[in-house]
Design a protein around this ligand. Sequence first.
Ligand code: PBE
Length: 268
Amino acid sequence: SEDVNYGEEMGYKITGIEPGAGVVAAAEGTIEEYENLEGWEVVTSSSGAMATALGEAIDNEEPIIVTGWSPHWKFQKYDVKYLEDPKGVFGDAETINTMVREGLEEENPEAYKILDQFQWESADIESIMLEISNGTDVEEATTAWVEENSDKVAEWTAGTEKVDGVEIELAYVEWDTEVASTNVVGKVLEDQGFDVTLTPLDNAVMWQAVSEGQADGMVAAWLPGTHATQLETYGDSVVDLGVNLEGAKIGLVVPAYMDIDSIEDLTP
Ligand code: PBE
């Protein structure tokens, strides 16, 4: 709008998350694609620091632009909105896919089958993410969800036998979505008798670990856009078990009180 220069108020900064995240790369892409973003920059930090900055800005009714994604608890906790992206830099709807290492099917068929059958919805993951964002311990929140959703869990474990201490290692990145999903799958595997290790890594390293067989799998592949670079590099040496969640999305997110609707409304 004409009476406020949000760019100046925000120091021409977009509040990013981890440098390896696809949404950060896409936000950097918007600075190249949109002429009105000339001179802006994406400041990287962590998902936690981004969430803190967003909460503080909202408490003070200050402008802020963050690299955002769905599913995410911020849409339940705050009145926030995506900025329209007429140039389509952030792509359309995304899916979250499960990727495992080559050989897992033969070497660990029960875990393979559970990972293959794992599939849920935004409302499921968001309820856990909201709990965690409100201070509930990750293990407590995921354990409670698994106990309360035994029907869904039974579909994931259908046709598998319990095991006795078979090792399984899942890689993930400490993004709120992946903390929730990876811990839920880890809990389900643990309840089936697996000896589960969850290993937090940088995004590219997570993909690499699965492609080289250091990790058995991950439930954190955002496709087709967000992790396109990683898929191109590692796609041939991982096994795609398909979608575990539909209707994911990335973009720039602002508090609803900001008087702009589109990336194009930002001033240089
Ligand atoms: N995210 C959450 C990730 C994928 C999952 C949107 C922060 C990313 O940008 O790579």
